[in-house]
Design a protein around this ligand. Sequence first.
Ligand code: PMP
Length: 289
Amino acid sequence: MKIYIDGKFLPESEAKISVFDHGLLYGDGVFEGIRFYNGRVFRLEGHLDRLWDSARAIALTVPLTREEMTTALLETVRQNELRDGYIRLIVTRGIGNLGLNPENCKGASTIIIAASIALYPEEQYRRGLDVITCGTRRMAAAALSPQVKSLNYLNNILAKIEAMQAGAGEGLMLNEQGYVAECTGDNIFVIKRGGLMTPPISAGGLRGITRDVVIEIAKELGVPFHEPELTRYDIYTADECFLTGTAAEIIPVISLDKRMIGTGKPGPETARFTARFRELTQSSGTPIY
Ligand code: PMP
């Protein structure tokens, strides 16, 4: 595997960063998870927009231009001779000292890893996920906006630990007001009486790229779409529920807190959205080769 670090393609054994990098010391940095299918990068522009927004929000200057970043990203996939996989793009604050002050960092570092992807097992897509509500609340936007895809994922990790300990496939995170925000690494949607709903971004979830694609598909299919504030009631009483994310794509949810959702099986609307999503991933995107 060849990994890009600051302009160089290094073998995995040499792809290392300093112990003084503030990305490691403080989670001070931003990242993106990007998929490529069939030799094309899916929604590259959306991911780059979000990376630049995340960086700007934490006053971090991305050390490459958009064009340079695109070139580096495509070249990393080419160096690894992959056609289908996952890209992890990371920009850290760079090497500083043991103090917090980012001004002591000499310059941001860019890391790009392209790999084949391990999805949830196929069985989970066929059967659907069991989800539990986590006690850990999604952090407040006034503390650190959930829109910043930062290297500090502890809020999500604490919730993920709860879900794992409960034997669930994913954990639902509420915001401080008790409204549904998102899951630990995915956005959540419900289908009710033929309409599609997801919490508004103001409820504290990340504006997922896959979320945007699903909303576009709803418009295309003529499925009514709303973004009301949701409580767990809306999920318990939904006809269908699914999660969306770059890695997970669209994955059905069949229970919340051990209460069956709909028929307790992945539903027909979820299947319809998944089929259209798969078509888009196979037929659109930025060519790599
Ligand atoms: N929420 C969180 C907290 C995430 O980390 C992610 C990305 N895995 C998502 C939602 C889904 O976003 P996207 O569709 O852009 O991958």
